[in-house]
Design a protein around this ligand. Structure first.
Ligand SMILES: [Zn+2]
Length: 83
């Protein structure tokens, strides 16, 4: 599994996973498989996971909650900058 410029996981064909939610208790970011992958020939392969979880504490400089690059993250940055 690879990672895109926002450190979101990508599938074998380099589709970026979508940030879904953050589990505060376990400090886990949850990503779900992008819609593009439904047509992927590897969709039913074990290489292609439906959900990908990442512990935020693995790398605090890379991982934020909400996840970098997600809509929620954009909103947070926007609020910080302009309000
Ligand atoms: Zn894919």
């Amino acid at each position: 599994m690879g990672f895109d410029k926002y450190f979101a996981p990508t599938c074998v064909r380099e589709h970026s996973y979508r940030y879904d939610s953050f589990d505060a208790k376990y400090k886990m970011l949850k990503y779900t498989r992008p819609i593009e992958c439904q047509k992927c020939p590897l969709a039913n392969d074990s290489l292609c996971q439906k959900v990908y979880k990442k512990e935020i504490t693995d790398d605090l400089r890379r991982y934020t909650a909400p996840a970098r690059g997600s809509v929620k993250w954009d909103e947070k940055i926007y609020r910080t900058k302009f309000h």
